[in-house]
Ligand binder design. Structure first.
Ligand SMILES: Cc1ncc(COP(=O)(O)O)c(C=O)c1O
Length: 391
């Protein structure tokens, strides 16, 4: 079948399967797995070139020390020029992965023992990262407004008043796809400042957005800059999560000193391959990224048409960012619709409650695949929900 996709890639799912990563290895061949956040797209040429070269050089030792690496400067430039957060290289520290960065940030930068407020639904690994820090997560479910999800400031305020020491923001939000607006972030910053708390903002999905405007949390004012830390990486947008390299931006000098004193056991595990790949992504990866976002935008629209054809016209609001669709299947009257889709349709989606209590009745679906796969998934979903109510 041919598709009027704006941005074409020479790729198919057979080649994704041959990667032998988690993406296509959890279920048997009969299941279309739309859970894992990897993309069925080829890796950008500039990234492949540096990786091949690094493999030829046998660059498999320990990573170059931060002080000797050009990466903090390259990442700071990316943040400043493409992410909207003016950042000095001294503020940028390297991580093997964002979740360990969050665990360390909670431990280091928040009041000892304080709970972490989490607007939900959110990225499910946040809960484990908080638990590893030995802290309690207090969920503050997002409020569904006419035009998308909003933070519940009253809930957040009450949790901070009750002693929580930080807010763990996912911006853009996985799984609901929302990009918070500057005035919303400023309102949050006001609350957080009043309570002397911190914000940990995971902005990994920002490059995968369908609109130009994006405001990093830490950029909305001096107070936000003082109390925020920002996590980001090339791994999600350029589809290289197995290469183990991410970043935390610490604009506050006191935070930088605390982070620099962390033992190697807390920050080790960064891969030299991930470092060269991230540098190539930030420096030379923009054309591929633009093409990928064009491709994903076409899928994002296609999914809406397919769900409408499947008799599910109101379950999907196209996300402002991310390649994730947060489907409201509460009308089907099932305790967990993901079970139905898997068992009756052979389509794997992520169960809503994995993202927090607010997710009951929802599923998350990754649409960063080939259009044919989405079409097949829609056919299967239609079959799986046939005969169910559509309240
Ligand atoms: C919001 C968010 N943060 C972080 C990650 C990746 O985390 P890590 O770098 O720990 O693999 C993902 C992956 O899907 C994500 O959605």
């Amino acid at each position: 079948m041919t598709h009027a996709h704006a941005a074409k890639f020479d790729w198919d799912v057979t080649r994704s399967r041959a990667r032998r990563t988690k993406r296509w290895s959890v279920y048997g061949d009969d299941v279309l797995d739309l859970t894992v956040a990897e993309m069925d797209l080829p890796i950008a040429d500039p990234i492949m070139a540096v990786l091949k070269e690094a493999v030829e050089r046998q660059s498999f030792g320990y990573p170059v020390p931060r002080a000797r690496s050009p990466l903090p400067e390259i990442a700071a430039r990316w943040l400043t020029e493409h992410h909207g957060l003016a950042t000095e290289p001294a503020a940028v520290h390297l991580l093997p992965e964002l979740m360990s960065g969050i665990t360390n940030a909670v431990r280091l930068f928040t009041r000892p023992g304080s709970a972490v407020v989490v607007p939900t639904p959110t990225y499910r690994s946040f809960f484990g990262a908080i638990e590893l820090a030995g802290r309690e997560a207090v969920q503050a479910p997002l409020v569904r407004a006419e035009d998308g999800y909003r933070l519940d400031y009253d809930r957040i305020d009450a949790a901070l008043a009750a002693g929580a020491g930080s807010v763990l923001l996912c911006h853009p939000a996985n799984p609901v796809g929302r990009i918070y607006r500057p005035e919303e972030l400023r309102q949050l910053a006001g609350l957080v400042t009043r309570h002397g708390a911190r914000v940990i903002s995971d902005e990994i999905h920002a490059p995968l957005r369908y609109q130009e405007d994006f405001t990093p949390y830490a950029s909305v004012g001096d107070e936000a800059r003082e109390h925020a830390v920002t996590l980001f990486s090339a791994t999600k947008a350029w589809n290289i999560p197995g290469l183990r390299c991410g970043f935390i931006a610490l604009p506050n000098a006191a935070d930088q000193a605390l982070w620099a004193a962390l033992p190697a056991a807390a920050t080790g595990g960064i891969s030299p391959l991930g470092m060269v790949a991230s540098a190539a992504a930030f420096q030379h990866g923009k054309p591929w990224l633009d093409q990928a976002v064009g491709y994903l935008a076409a899928n994002r629209a296609l999914l809406g048409r397919l769900l409408a054809d499947a008799g599910l016209p109101d379950v999907y609001t196209p996300p402002e960012a991310t390649y994730l669709a947060w489907l409201d299947l509460r009308g089907l009257g099932l305790p967990d619709p993901s079970v139905r889709l898997l068992e009756h349709g052979g389509v794997a989606t992520t169960a809503g409650p994995d993202h927090g209590q607010a997710g009951t009745g929802f599923v998350r679906l990754n649409f960063a695949t080939q259009p044919d796969v989405l079409e097949e998934a829609a056919t299967r979903i239609t079959k799986a929900v046939a005969g169910l109510p559509r309240a």
